[in-house]
Design a protein around this ligand. Structure first.
Ligand code: IFM
Length: 451
């Protein structure tokens, strides 16, 4: 594989999924602490109170990354560690934890990439309406500036939001993520306030001339199952709400009119059209999390799809089609070529902007056998998606890096600990880490690049 020498290869994690220590050093409760304590919300009834105990084991985890040879590490800051109630002075203990982490990374020549919001909103802000409340956007910008004040000498790569589609539509439409609300098309208001928060936070981060700022969206390549106008329209809708509803405000300063029509929310958004100048900020890079693609058809869902509350309000009459392609342990079809599609789609809005794959990976039912974890499916997934990255670069697309999701097995949200995404296996009883076969493959690949 011939990726350019300066192509960044890293691993990624997120605070609630790995840190544990949810009541230590003054951290306040987040919406995920509350949601995880709700009976029936998490498949195995678990929560993130211990997770990978990374809060105490971060130095070992950085040593592990150094051993793997990664260039960069993308982690997220837990807002409730910095502002337990979501407002006011920063908690020094919270800042200090991330300072220690960033210093340890830099000592090992690993570049820190910090995501400011990877879903753990302080519960106190949710009690005031959460992302449905416009004020949360202002609070987010204030918090982002405090984090930069505390870490800006160590961290220059900032990602404002991780996957705002999930925060808005899994959090406030289907309700399968915190805060577990089912509000139909009103979930789009949460999306708007998240994007406004992104714009305000980006403005705040620009106080530091060294700051490199971007956002991360989860994008799916969306294809119609057939050629009928109805199937083509189903693809337009899902691409509209999942991709364009976020890409266009951030990169082009507009909401797609067809999506506002699908949602039946033209008026609410027209009244807030002025916010678009704040949302569309100049960016230094664009982050894409890519896992799979959607093949969709028009029609009435049946079975599991019909039973689940929709995450696509206004587009309930769309069927997600099983194409028969191989699937990961999440049931997500494997389509490396879709990765190039979403890079092309993003690039078309902002031809100058460097793009990073800020997450890509797969879950499999891993087991330790004789002290080792054989995960050939994950290794293949990784190889095939890195090959797709190479194809994107060869096409002349400005793809500058790739972060494997995830460094460690961790808390997979509503799936609890039942899904393993790590290239490193975690025994949750003993907290022993074991590099999987896929991790060893990546290690060799990285060593090969460095010659
Ligand atoms: O674990 C998540 C991560 O937090 C956000 N992106 C998708 C991953 C796998 O579901």
């Amino acid at each position: 594989m011939q990726l350019p020498r300066d192509f960044v290869i890293g691993t990624a994690t997120a605070s609630y999924q790995i840190e544990g220590a949810t009541t230590e050093d003054g951290r306040g409760p987040s919406i995920w602490d509350t949601f995880a304590a709700t009976p029936g919300a998490i498949v195995d009834g678990s929560d993130g109170s211990v997770a990978d105990d990374h809060y105490h084991r971060y130095a070992d985890d950085v040593a592990l990354m150094a051993d793997l040879g990664v260039d960069a590490y993308r982690f997220s800051i837990a807002w409730p560690r910095i502002q337990p109630d979501g407002t006011g002075k920063p908690l020094q203990a919270g800042i200090d934890f991330y300072r220690r982490l960033a210093e340890t990374l830099l000592e090992r020549d690993i570049t820190p990439w910090a995501t400011l919001y990877h879903w753990d909103l302080p519960q106190a802000l949710e009690d005031q309406g959460g992302w449905l409340n416009r004020d949360t956007a202002e609070r987010f910008a204030e918090y982002s500036a405090l984090v930069q004040d505390g870490l800006g000498d160590l961290v220059t790569n900032w990602i404002t939001l991780n996957e705002p589609w999930c925060s808005a539509f899994l959090g406030y439409a289907s309700g399968v993520h915190a805060p577990g609300k089912q509000l139909g098309s009103r979930a789009a208001y949460a999306a708007h306030h998240l994007l406004l928060g992104h714009g305000l936070a980006t403005q705040a981060l620009r106080r530091d001339a060294d700051a490199t700022v971007g956002i991360t969206l989860n994008l799916y390549s969306v294809r119609p199952a057939g050629e009928s106008p109805e199937d083509v329209d189903a693809a337009r809708r899902i691409d509209g709400l999942g991709n364009r509803f976020f890409l266009e405000p951030v990169l082009a300063g507009r909401y797609p009119a067809d999506v506002l029509d699908d949602l039946g929310e033209q008026r609410w958004f027209a009244e807030r059209a002025d916010d678009l100048t704040t949302i569309k900020q100049p960016l230094d890079f664009f982050g894409i999390n890519y896992y799979s693609l959607h093949t969709v058809a028009a029609g009435t869902p049946t079975g599991d799809q019909a039973a689940a509350p929709t995450a696509n309000p206004g587009s309930d009459d769309v069927i997600f089609v099983d194409t028969g392609a191989p699937k990961t342990g999440m049931g997500w079809e494997i389509h490396p070529d879709g990765l190039v599609d979403v890079i092309r789609q993003t690039h078309a809005y902002a031809p100058e902007l460097p793009i990073y794959i800020t997450e890509n990976g797969s879950a499999w039912p891993d087991e330790i056998v004789d002290g080792a974890v054989a995960d050939p499916d994950r290794q293949q997934y990784l190889e095939d998606h890195l090959a797709a990255c190479e194809q994107a670069v060869d096409e002349g697309l400005p793809l500058a890096g790739y972060f494997a999701w995830s460094l460690l097995d961790n808390y997979e949200w509503a799936f609890g600990y039942s899904r393993r995404f790590g290239i490193v296996y975690v025994d949750y009883e003993t907290q022993v880490r074991t590099v999987k076969q896929s991790g060893r493959w990546l290690q060799q690949f990285l060593a090969g690049r460095k010659g």
